[in-house]
Design a protein around this ligand. Structure first.
Ligand SMILES: *Cc1c(COP(=O)(O)O)cnc(C)c1O
Length: 949
C-alpha cells in the first residue's frame, strides 16, 4: 500500500477503524451506508473524470513549476491595488499559522477573544484614518463595499425621498472602473439609477439621494471635496467616499468633511496582491447608522463577572433574522486579511505609517521632477502617489514591458504611474529610463528623494491617528510575536480540536495546500497585468474551473464571487439575465424553502426577486405539494427555486428530481446552494439532480481555511444555457459572451486562495475525493449512532441515515432549565467548539464532523456530549447553581479564593479524563450580549478601562 498518498493524511479514520464504526452504525460495508444515504436515481454511474492524485511532494514540485510561469514585473498600475510589504513577523505568525487561519467565525466569543481583539484593532485603525465614528470588521473588496454604501444610503432616504421615490445616485467618473461596473450591476435590480459624471459639473438636484467620489481619484488627482460635500448636504444628498487608506495618513480625513460613509481596501497594508485577492475592504460610517451597517461589527461588552470582553455586536441584524428584509447578504468576509492589515498598523504604528506614506509621496514627487526634466507633462496638480503622464501609451508600454515594468494606460495618450511602499531609488531610475529611452535623452540617476510636498495645506491631515496604546507598543519583532501569540492562545482553532460546525465544513486545511500562498511568484501579481504575465495563474484557474465543472456536472464556472453569498447573488443575476435574453424579464418570483440559510432570501432580494417561502413537511423535507402549488400559482412569473442539497436538515431528499422538474415545467431555473457539497462530491452532483446553477463554498468543501470568518471563494457553476451570462470585468476580459457586470473588484476574485482548492483536488484525485465524501457521511452517521440514546436527531433520510451532518434536538432540556446555549458553552470546558447553534432550527445543535476527524477525536467529542447530557439530568429548572449555566469556567474563577457553587472545581474544569492532557482555558466567562448592544462601543477602549475592569 502506498503510504505517501495525501488521502491518508486528509481523511481521519483509518481503514482499521472502519469495521468498528460500521458496527456502531449497524452495517457491514461503506457501500451499504452510501446506498442507504443517497437516493439511487441521483447516484453517479461512473467515477469523476480527474487525473490521478499527486502526492504532497509531487504537488509541491508541480505548483512550483507553475509559479515560475508567472512573470513578476514591477507593477505601478494602481487602481486600488498596490505592491506592499508583508512584514515577515506577520507572515510567519498569522498567515502561515493554523492557530489563526483555521479559526471559525467568532460566534463563541469566549474562545475567540484573540481574533476579536485583532478585529477591534482593525476597526479602530479604520475609524481613526477615515475620521469616522464607527467601522465594521471588513467587507469583501472595495467595489462591493462601495455598493454596500449605496444600499445603506438608499435605505436611509428620508420619508419624503421615499415617498417621491428619489432613486438617482451620482457616481464620479473618477471612481475606479471595476467599482463603477459593480455598482451598475447592483443598482439595476434595486431600481436605483446610477448617473456617472464629473463631480465638478454635478447639479445638486433633489432627484438624487446620494453621491460617491474617489479620494484620490482613479487618475491620482487629489480633489478637494469640501465644497462638493457641503453642497450635497444642503440638497439632502448623502455622500460616500472611496478612499485610499495609505493616502489618509497624509490627507485630511473624509470624516472631517461630514461625509456619511467611507469605504476602501486595506490591501496595501501588507497584503499580497495575489492576482486580485483576497484583501479586506473597510466600511466606516456615522454612529447613527450603526443598525444599517453591512457585515460584522466587533463590540466591547462584559462577561458574567463584569470583566471586559469582546463579541460580534448587533447580531440581530444578520440575515438569519431579517432574511428577505435584510439590506445586505454579507456573511463570510475577509477576517484573516483584516487581522493582518490591523496587525500591520500595530507593527508600524503612526510613525511607521507616516514614514511609509511620506516615502511613497516623496518618490512620486521625485519622479515627477525627473519626468518633467525629460520634457513630459504631468497632469495631476495635487497627488499622493500617482502621476498622470502625457505620452504615447503604446510606445511607453513596449519599452516598459521590456524592462519588466507595468503602468496603467487609460487611453492612447496617458500613462498612469502609481508608486508604493516597495518603490526604491533603483525602481524610480528604472521608470525614468523608460521615458528617457522614449525621449531619446540621457539622464543622471536620482540619488535621493525630494523633500518637497505636493499636497496643499488645506488638504493635509492635521489630526492624530492610532494614538491608542496598542498601536504604540509592539514595534519590535519580539514584542509583536508575543502579542500575536497572546491573542492566538485565547482562540480555539482546528489546531486544538474538532470544530463540528454544521453547514460550515471545518475540515483539514493542509499545510501542503497552504504553502504556495507564501511564494511571491503567486503573491506579487497585480490583477490587471496583461494576462500573458499570469500564465501560471491562468493554468491553475482554468484547471480549477474544469475540475469544478466535472464535480458539479455543469458546463462552465466563474471563480469571481468572493463568498457563498456573493455566489448566490451572482447566480441569481445570471438567471435574471437568462430570462431577459428570452424576453421573459418579468420573471421575478424566487421560491425558497423555509429551512434555507438566511443569505438565500437576502441574495434573492438583492437580485430584484420577490421571495415566496415554501413549507417544510413534518419530517423536515420540502413539502412537495406546497411547492407544486406555489410553482403553478406563479408559473407566469416564476424565476427560480433556491434549494440546498442535501438539505440544511442534513438529508438527501428523495423527491429532489421531482422538485427540479416542477420548477422547470413552470418556467423557472433551479439554483442549488452548494454549501453542503461535501456530501455530494464523486457520488452525485447538482447537474444530476436537475439544477441549473450552484455556488460552491471553496472555503467549506474545498479546503480553503475559514480564517476566522473569511476569506471565502464562492464560484458559480452553470449549465450550458447560463454560460453566456457569467460575470465580466471592465478592465480585463473575463466571463461569458453576454456577461453581466462585475460581481467582485477583481476579474477572477480571490485568485491566490484558489490555489488551495486546486491543490486539494489535485492531491485527492477522483478516488480520494469520493472517499472523502464517503468518510464525511460515515463520520456523521457514526456520531449520530453513538449519540442516539442521549440526543434525538431531528431528521433522517428515508432509510434512517444522515447525510454529512445532523441536527440534535436540545429543546426538551428546557424542562431542566437548560438552553442550547448552555450546552454550547459547557462544551468549551470539555475543550470543544460548539456545533452550529439554532440553525436551521431554533434550540438545536447541528453537527458536521467532516472526513478529516479521526475516530479518536469523534469519540472524545461524543463522550463530551454524553457527559453533558448526564449533567443536564442533574439540573432542575429553577436552579442556576450548575455547571451548564456557569460555563465556561475560567482559570481566574476556578482559582479564586472564593468558590460559591455546589459542584467541585474538579468537576467544573476536568469532567472527563482526556481533558487534563490538552486543556483549553477560555479567557473570559460567558459574555453579556445584551449589554454590549445597549452600550455599543466598536473601537479599542481607552487603556484605563482595561485597568478598571
Ligand atoms: C455558509 C453558507 C452560505 C453562505 O456562504 P458565505 O460564504 O458565508 O457567504 C449559504 N448557504 C449555506 C447553506 C451555508 O452554509
Amino acid at each position: 500500500m502506498r503510504t505517501d498518498s495525501f488521502a491518508l493524511r486528509h481523511i481521519g479514520p483509518k481503514e482499521s477503524n472502519l469495521q468498528d464504526m460500521l458496527q456502531t452504525i449497524g452495517l457491514d460495508s461503506l457501500e451499504q451506508l452510501i446506498y442507504e444515504t443517497i437516493p439511487d436515481d441521483i447516484r453517479l454511474k461512473s467515477p469523476l473524470n480527474l487525473p490521478p492524485a499527486l502526492s504532497e511532494h509531487q504537488y509541491a514540485e508541480h505548483i512550483g513549476k507553475l509559479a515560475a510561469k508567472n512573470k513578476v514585473f514591477k507593477s505601478y498600475i494602481g487602481l486600488g491595488y498596490h505592491q506592499s510589504i508583508l512584514p515577515a513577523v506577520i507572515q510567519r505568525n498569522i498567515l502561515e499559522n493554523p492557530g489563526w487561519y483555521t479559526a471559525y467565525t467568532p460566534y463563541q466569543a469566549e474562545i475567540a477573544q484573540g481574533r476579536l481583539e485583532a478585529l477591534l484593532n482593525f476597526q479602530t485603525m479604520v475609524s481613526d484614518l477615515t475620521g469616522m465614528e464607527i467601522a465594521n470588521a471588513s467587507l469583501l473588496d472595495e467595489s462591493t463595499a462601495a455598493a454596500e454604501a449605496i444600499s445603506l444610503l438608499y435605505a436611509l432616504r428620508d420619508r419624503k425621498q421615499k415617498k417621491e421615490n428619489v432613486n438617482k445616485f451620482f457616481v464620479s467618473e473618477e471612481v475606479l472602473p471595476q467599482s463603477i461596473s459593480l455598482i451598475e450591476t447592483r443598482a439595476i435590480p434595486l431600481g436605483i439609477e446610477i448617473v456617472v459624471g464629473n463631480h465638478e459639473e454635478f447639479e445638486f438636484s433633489e432627484q438624487y439621494f446620494g453621491a460617491l467620489v474617489q479620494y484620490p481619484g482613479k487618475s491620482g488627482q487629489v480633489f478637494n471635496y469640501a465644497d462638493f460635500i457641503a453642497k450635497c448636504q444642503d440638497a439632502g444628498i448623502k455622500t460616500a467616499v472611496a478612499a485610499d487608506i495609505l493616502s489618509l495618513v497624509k490627507l485630511q480625513a473624509p470624516g472631517e468633511l461630514g461625509v456619511d460613509v467611507v469605504v476602501g481596501t486595506t490591501q496595501r497594508f501588507g497584503i499580497p496582491l495575489g492576482y486580485g485577492g483576497p484583501h479586506a475592504a473597510f466600511f466606516a460610517t456615522k454612529e447613527e447608522y450603526k443598525r444599517n451597517i453591512p457585515g460584522r461589527i466587533i463590540g466591547v461588552t462584559k462577561d458574567m463577572d463584569g470583566n471586559q470582553a469582546l463579541r460580534m455586536a448587533l447580531q440581530t441584524r444578520e440575515q438569519h433574522i431579517k432574511r428577505d428584509k435584510a439590506t445586505s447578504n454579507i456573511c463570510t468576509a475577509q477576517v484573516l486579511l483584516a487581522v493582518m492589515a490591523g496587525m500591520y498598523a500595530v507593527y508600524h504604528g503612526p510613525n511607521g505609517l507616516k514614514y511609509i506614506a511620506d516615502t511613497v509621496h516623496a518618490s512620486a514627487v521625485s519622479l515627477e521632477k525627473e519626468l518633467k526634466e525629460l520634457g513630459f507633462d504631468q497632469v495631476n496638480s495635487t497627488y499622493f502617489d500617482t502621476l498622470q503622464i502625457k505620452a504615447n501609451a503604446s510606445s511607453v508600454k513596449e519599452i516598459a514591458e521590456k524592462k519588466e515594468i507595468n503602468f496603467f494606460y487609460p487611453d492612447a495618450e496617458t500613462v498612469l504611474i502609481s508608486l508604493n511602499e516597495t518603490t526604491n531609488l533603483e525602481d524610480l531610475n528604472n521608470i525614468v529610463a523608460v521615458f528617457a529611452q522614449l525621449a531619446a535623452k540621457e539622464t543622471t540617476p536620482l540619488e535621493e528623494l525630494s523633500e518637497e510636498e505636493k499636497i496643499p495645506a488645506e488638504l493635509k491631515r492635521k489630526t492624530d491617528f492610532l494614538t491608542h496604546e496598542v498601536f504604540n507598543t509592539y514595534h519590535s519583532e519580539t514584542e509583536l510575536m508575543r502579542y500575536i501569540k497572546k491573542l492566538e492562545r485565547k482562540d480555539l482553532s482546528l489546531n486544538h480540536s474538532m470544530i463540528s460546525l454544521g453547514s460550515c465544513t471545518m475540515k483539514l486545511n493542509a499545510a501542503s495546500e497552504m504553502l504556495p500562498l507564501s511564494n511571491p511568484q503567486w503573491g506579487n501579481i497585480h490583477p490587471f497585468v496583461p494576462v500573458d504575465q499570469a500564465e501560471g495563474y491562468h493554468f491553475v484557474l482554468r484547471e480549477l474551473e474544469k475540475q469544478l465543472n466535472e464535480i458539479t456536472g455543469f458546463s462552465a464556472t466563474s471563480l469571481q464571487p468572493n463568498s457563498g453569498a456573493q455566489g448566490e447573488y451572482a447566480g441569481l443575476m445570471v438567471i435574471r439575465a437568462y430570462h431577459e435574453s428570452r424576453g421573459e424579464g418579468h420573471r421575478n418570483i424566487c421560491l425558497i424553502p423555509s429551512s434555507a440559510h438566511g443569505t438565500n432570501p437576502a441574495s434573492a432580494v438583492m437580485a430584484g426577486m420577490k421571495v415566496v417561502v415554501t413549507k417544510a413537511s413534518e419530517n423536515g423535507n420540502i413539502d412537495v405539494d406546497d411547492l407544486r402549488e406555489k410553482a403553478i400559482e406563479h408559473k407566469d412569473n416564476l424565476a427560480a427555486l433556491m434549494v440546498t442539497y442535501p438539505s440544511t436538515h442534513g438529508v438527501f431528499e428523495s423527491a429532489i428530481r421531482e422538485i427540479t422538474t416542477i420548477i422547470h415545467d413552470n418556467g423557472g431555473q433551479v439554483y442549488m446552494d452548494g454549501a453542503n457539497m461535501n456530501a455530494q462530491v464523486g457520488l452525485t452532483n447538482p447537474g444530476v439532480i436537475g439544477a441549473d446553477v450552484c455556488h460552491l463554498n471553496l472555503h467549506k468543501t474545498f479546503a480553503i481555511p475559514h480564517g476566522g470568518g473569511g476569506p471565502g471563494v464562492g464560484p458559480i457553476c452553470v449549465a450550458e444555457q447560463l454560460k453566456p451570462f457569467l460575470p465580466g470585468n471592465p478592465v480585463v476580459k473575463t466571463g461569458g459572451e453576454q456577461a453581466i457586470g462585475a460581481i467582485s473588484s477583481a476579474p477572477w476574485g480571490s485568485s491566490l486562495v484558489c490555489l488551495i482548492s486546486y491543490g486539494y483536488i489535485k492531491m485527492l484525485g477522483s478516488k480520494g475525493l469520493q472517499k472523502a465524501t464517503e468518510y464525511a457521511i460515515l463520520n456523521a452517521n457514526y456520531v449520530k449512532e453513538r449519540l442516539n440514546e442521549h440526543f434525538k436527531t431531528l431528521y433522517s433520510g428515508e432509510r434512517g441515515r444522515a447525510a454529512h451532518e445532523m441536527i440534535l434536538d436540545c429543546r426538551p432540556f428546557k424542562a431542566n432549565g437548560i438552553e442550547v446555549t448552555d450546552i454550547a458553552k459547557r462544551l468549551i470546558d470539555y475543550g470543544f467548539h460548539s456545533p452550529t447553534v439554532s440553525f436551521p432550527v431554533a434550540g438545536t445543535l447541528m453537527i458536521e464532523p467532516t472526513e478529516s476527524e479521526s475516530k479518536a477525536e469523534l469519540d472524545r467529542f461524543c463522550d463530551a456530549l454524553i457527559s453533558i447530557r448526564k449533567e443536564i439530568e442533574e439540573t432542575s429548572a429553577d436552579d442556576t447553581d450548575n455547571m451548564l449555566k456557569n460555563a465556561p469556567h475560567t482559570v481566574a474563577m476556578l482559582t479564586s479564593d472564593e468558590w460559591k457553587f455546589s459542584y467541585s472545581r474538579q468537576k467544573a474544569a476536568f469532567p472527563l479524563d482526556y481533558i487534563a492532557d490538552n486543556k483549553f482555558w477560555p479567557s473570559v466567562r460567558r459574555v453579556d450580549e445584551a449589554f454590549g448592544d445597549r452600550n455599543l462601543m466598536c473601537s479599542c477602549p481607552p487603556t484605563e478601562e482595561y485597568a478598571e475592569a
